[in-house]
Design a protein around this ligand. Sequence first.
Ligand code: MN3
Length: 201
Amino acid sequence: MAYTVPDLPYPYDALEPHIDEATMRLHHDRHHQAYVDRANAALEGTEWADKPIEDVLKNLDRLPADKQRPVRNNGGGHYNHSLFWESLSPNGGGAPSGALGDAISTAFGSFDEFKAQLRAAGVNQFGSGWAWLVHDGSGLAIVGTPNQDAPISAGQTELLGVDVWEHAYYLKYQNRRPEYIDAWWNVVDWNKVAERYGTVA
Ligand code: MN3
């Protein structure tokens, strides 16, 4: 079955003022849709067309050679954005508690230090890309990926990612990527991140 863009789990304006409605409409309805359309077109007619996107992204090197790049870019775009929407909530913000909160403190020293490191990864990502909190099989780590490369393709489990493509923030924040990231923390749904952490820890 062809991939589809998942509905947002909240209204387009729900993340205001941190992420504005116009950005959400363009980002979800146009950008994510384009990744889905191009991923579907690339996989059409291949044995991978009906596979879950996770399986496809874990096996990019097994795809036909001419499909690997478009699927890496657009399949990755579909997967990364699906995670992004569901990681946000108008009731988000604050800090994680429980096992995830403990694991973050253990891995990074403190929650504030973790935030500083993820922020730096996002600010310093050259050009378009993402900054991620992942579980790499042994523990938590922060990684940056260019373009729509997905950590799952490198064997890591995405727990939380901040989209630092200009399309994610330029309408409201223009060139002020650090300000966008600082605002983004206010809408992070830690319950959702903890849920994902629970599947790997
Ligand atoms: Mn994006």
